[in-house]
Design a protein around this ligand. Structure first.
Ligand SMILES: Cc1cc2nc3c(=O)[nH]c(=O)nc-3n(C[C@H](O)[C@H](O)[C@H](O)COP(=O)(O)OP(=O)(O)OC[C@H]3O[C@@H](n4cnc5c(N)ncnc54)[C@H](O)[C@@H]3O)c2cc1C
Length: 222
């Protein structure tokens, strides 16, 4: 019997992987669904704001394969979108891990012509669930900031060259970033029971979900 604390993407994915391998599971959580950070995420596949890279990239690549498979299951809600990463200030190289996935650089003139103020970038087709935009500030404040909303709407509308859309809902989520990196490890409680920690995925909780869940289950079977 496995008890899972947390019903965000990390806990739920672990629950699925344990169940697929024949374990009885029970989930315990203070918040569920839209109340969780996972409910506020863009849920785009992309390794971002999570450490350490030497573990994050393999977890992310395992997750990529599962999510691509899930695009064939309409009820999963997973689709594929062209991700574009641009920089206003510096030349960005296509990351090594992205090359086998089909990433291609976008040349400066292409970026200039279509986007106005970006210096360089690359594109890559990736799995997606999605919101209109977000910010990246160090904060523990869960209150909606009207100025940030206005800024997101204005910037996305300008870059996408669309009319300002109606706002359906605003959510604040805090990326669970740990300077010391994702904590994924096995410990023993004083009474001999096993506890496996799996948290601190920063801006990559969806991107790492299946890779981390598989490692959690492997640790449980040691
Ligand atoms: C604006 C924004 C955009 C993002 N975009 C992306 C993206 O495009 N792609 C991506 O991969 N990631 C993205 N992320 C990051 C991603 O959302 C998180 O890394 C991920 O949601 C973390 O999932 P989690 O399950 O670990 O935590 P959570 O979703 O926060 O879930 C934690 C669960 O644990 C429960 N819990 C916590 N403490 C207790 C307790 N003491 N007792 C009982 N239950 C407890 C909570 O109630 C909840 O159910 C984004 C985040 C934000 C904020």
């Amino acid at each position: 019997m496995v008890a899972i604390i947390g019903a965000g993407v990390s806990g739920l994915t672990c629950g699925v992987v344990f169940a697929e391998r024949g374990y009885r599971t029970a989930s315990f959580a203070e918040e569920t669904g839209q109340q969780t950070t996972s409910g506020a995420a863009a849920a785009l596949w992309f390794p971002y704001d999570a450490e350490p890279a030497e573990k994050v990239i393999p977890w992310a690549l395992q997750t990529f394969d599962v999510l691509v498979d899930l695009t064939h299951v309409p009820a999963s809600g997973v689709s594929i979108i062209e991700l574009r990463q641009f920089s206003r200030t510096r030349e960005i190289q296509v990351p090594d891990w992205a090359i086998p996935l089909g990433a291609r650089p976008v040349i400066a003139s292409e970026v200039e012509g279509s986007r106005g103020s970006f210096k360089s970038g690359f594109t890559l087709r990736v799995p997606l669930d999605c919101v209109f935009g977000g910010t990246n500030d160090l904060s523990s404040d869960l209150a909606v900031d009207a100025a940030a909303t206005d800024q997101i709407i204005a910037e996305c509308s300008r870059v996408l060259n669309i009319d300002k859309p109606n706002i359906l809902a605003e959510r604040v989520g805090l990326r669970p970033f740990r300077k010391s990196g994702v904590r994924l490890e096995r410990n023993e409680l004083r009474d001999g029971r096993t506890v496996i920690h799996n948290y601190g995925h920063g801006g990559s909780g969806f991107t790492l979900s299946w890779g981390c869940a598989r490692e959690v289950v492997n640790l449980a079977r040691l």
